[in-house]
Ligand binder design. Structure first.
Ligand SMILES: NC(=O)c1ccc[n+]([C@@H]2O[C@H](COP(=O)([O-])OP(=O)(O)OC[C@H]3O[C@@H](n4cnc5c(N)ncnc54)[C@H](O)[C@@H]3O)[C@@H](O)[C@H]2O)c1
Length: 273
C-alpha cells in the first residue's frame, strides 16, 4: 500500500499503544512519520506508576521501526500541554521531513474517580492533555498546512466521547470536548481544504487499559477476569480492538479527500452513533 507516498505525518503520543499503531500504519501506507512524546510519564493520577513504561526511549524505538520499513522518521521530545513544545514539534517535522500533511493528535491520559472524590489535579491533568493538547497541536499545525492549501487532522477521541461512564466523568467530558472541537475545526478549515476528523476507539489493551482493568476490577476479581468482563460485556463483536484497527482508519481518513467533520467509532459495535 503506497497511497500516502510523499506525505509527512506527525503523531503525538506515538511512542506506544494506539499512537504507535497509527504511526506504523501510516508508514506502511507510504508516509514519513514523526513521533512526538514525553520523556517520561508523570501523572498526579498515578496511572503510570512505572516511569520506565513508554517515554522517549519508546518513541525512539517506534521511529526506528518506521525507518526499518523504508520511511523517514524522527522522535521529538514534546509535551502537548505546552504551547512552545507544540510549535517546536511542528517546526522540527517541517524542517527535517519537508512538510506536514497529516497531524494525528493521539496523546491522552485517563484516571478513575467519582466526581465527589475527584481532585482538581485529576480534572486539570485530563483536560490539559486530552483537550488543551489537541487544541495547541492543531493550532501549531494549521499554518504549515495552509501553506500547502491542504491537510488532514485526525484527533483521537473515544467511545467515551459518545456516551458517559461512571467514574470517568472527567475523561468522558474531555473526549466529548475533542469531538466538539474537531467538528467545529472541520467547518472552520474546510475553506482552506484542511480536513478534520475524530476517531473514537473502543477498548484496547494498551497501558491505558492495563491501568483501567486493575483499577476497575471488583473485590477478589483478577485483573484478567475484569478485562474479559469488559470485553465480553460491552463489545457486541466480543473482541477487543487493536492499534492496527485504529491505524487502518487513520490511513483511510488521510486519503479520503471528501470526508471531514466525522467522529468515527472503531469499537466492535459498542456505540452506534
Ligand atoms: N486504550 C483504549 O482502550 C482507548 C480507547 C479510546 C480512546 N483511547 C485514546 O487513545 C489515545 C492513546 O491511548 P493509549 O491507549 O495508546 O494510551 P497509552 O497510555 O498507551 O499511550 C499514550 C501515549 O501518550 C503519551 N502522552 C501522554 N501525555 C502526553 C503529553 N502531555 N505529551 C505528549 N505525549 C503524551 C504517552 O507518553 C504515551 O506514549 C488516548 O488519547 C486515549 O484517550 C484509548
Amino acid at each position: 500500500m503506497t497511497q500516502l507516498n510523499g506525505q509527512v505525518a506527525l503523531v503525538t503520543g506515538g511512542a506506544r499503544g494506539i499512537g504507535r499503531g497509527i504511526a506504523l500504519a501510516l508508514a506502511q501506507a507510504g508516509a514519513d512519520v514523526a513521533i512526538a512524546d514525553l520523556e517520561h510519564i508523570s501523572s498526579a493520577a498515578q496511572q503510570y506508576s512505572n516511569a520506565a513504561i513508554g517515554g522517549f526511549t519508546a518513541a525512539q524505538q517506534t521511529a526506528a521501526e518506521i525507518t526499518a520499513c523504508g520511511r523517514r522518521s524522527l522522535a521529538i521530545q514534546a509535551d502537548v500541554r505546552k504551547k512552545e513544545d507544540a510549535a517546536r514539534m511542528v517546526e522540527e517535522t517541517v524542517n527535517r521531513l519537508g512538510g506536514l500533511h497529516i497531524l494525528v493528535c493521539n496523546a491522552g491520559v485517563v484516571s478513575v474517580s467519582s466526581v465527589e472524590a475527584m481532585t482538581e489535579d485529576a480534572w486539570d491533568l485530563t483536560f490539559a492533555v486530552n483537550v488543551k493538547g489537541v487544541f495547541l497541536s492543531c493550532q501549531a499545525a494549521i499554518p504549515a498546512m495552509k501553506t500547502r492549501s491542504s491537510g488532514c487532522i485526525i484527533n483521537i477521541a473515544s467511545i467515551a466521547g459518545k456516551n458517559g461512564a461512571a467514574g470517568l466523568a472527567h475523561y468522558c467530558a474531555s473526549k466529548f470536548a475533542v469531538v466538539g472541537f474537531s467538528n467545529s475545526l472541520a467547518k472552520e478549515l474546510a475553506p482552506a481544504n484542511i480536513r478534520v476528523n475524530a476517531i473514537c476507539p473502543g477498548i484496547l489493551r494498551t497501558q491505558m487499559w492495563e491501568y483501567l482493568a486493575e483499577t476497575l476490577k471488583r473485590p477478589n476479581e483478577a485483573k484478567e477476569d475484569a478485562w474479559q468482563r469488559y470485553v465480553k460485556g460491552l463489545i457486541p463483536l466480543g473482541r477487543p480492538q487493536t492499534p492496527d484497527d485504529i491505524g487502518q482508519l487513520a490511513v483511510y481518513l488521510a486519503a479520503a479527500e471528501n470526508v471531514t467533520g466525522q467522529a468515527i467509532n472503531v469499537d466492535g459495535g459498542v456505540e452506534l452513533h
